[in-house]
Write a protein that binds this ligand. Structure first.
Ligand SMILES: [Zn+2]
Length: 218
């Protein structure tokens, strides 16, 4: 009942092109046209401290706008749609099959309050549910960092260094293969810093999956 009321007030729209969805398409959150055109793929990336990394999309066009709505436009329900797409791309890959636990890149408290939800945490949570893994909320920010946008790679690294910590229940990641999730992979500064502290806390391997990666290589 509530679902139907919400659908009337906020009719479901395609996560990519934002067109209205019919009943069939609303289950997957993607219109038929985008479902054919905007297929997830495998875009590998590398960085310090993590062992493997891949994104399902290149960060451009509708993907970019979609992720922007997810991060800044209140569209927290996109987490579930993205998780399905990540499973479609990586469900059979060691990135997911070998992972023991799934964690997410932490959001600082200021952004969390402004946004009202932890978008990367939601994504990791949905991915864990759909892949039958455990989600662990083990990473947190120790201080505020400057927005990464517009910073050069070395500035990004300096900005993030020492700003992330593993919470006290670190024993749950000791000797484990940890899958770290984030929305966008840019230079890898954040993913590398998360991987560094996870390994310091005993993680055996760290894999990284993101919804998209930027096209530009740094
Ligand atoms: Zn669409």
């Amino acid at each position: 009942m509530l679902d139907r009321l919400l659908d009337l007030l906020f009719p479901p729209k395609c996560v990519f092109c934002h067109s209205l969805l019919d009943e069939d398409d609303s289950k997957r959150g993607i219109c038929s046209s985008c479902y054919e055109k905007v297929m997830p793929s495998v875009h590998l990336f590398e960085g310090e401290f993590f062992d493997r990394g891949a994104a399902a999309y290149i960060y451009s066009g509708n993907i970019r706008e979609s992720l922007h709505r997810f991060k800044f436009g209140g569209r927290k329900e996109y987490a579930s749609v993205y998780a399905d797409l990540l499973i479609k791309s990586f469900g059979d890959s060691p990135l997911i099959t070998e992972a023991d636990v799934i964690v997410s890149v932490p959001t600082n408290r200021f952004n969390l309050r402004k946004r009202g939800y932890d978008h990367t945490g939601l994504l990791a949570h949905r991915l864990a549910e759909k892949s039958g893994k455990d989600y662990l909320n083990v990473l947190s920010k120790t201080r505020r960092t400057r927005p990464m946008f517009g910073l050069k790679p070395n500035e990004r690294k300096a900005n993030i260094l020492g700003s992330i910590e593993v919470r006290s229940h670190a024993e749950q990641i000791g000797g484990k293969t940890v899958l770290l999730t984030d929305d966008i992979f840019t230079t890898g500064a954040t993913a590398s810093e998360c991987a560094r502290v996870l390994k310091q806390a005993g993680a055996e391997k760290v894999f990284v999956i993101t919804v998209a990666k930027t096209e530009k290589s740094y």
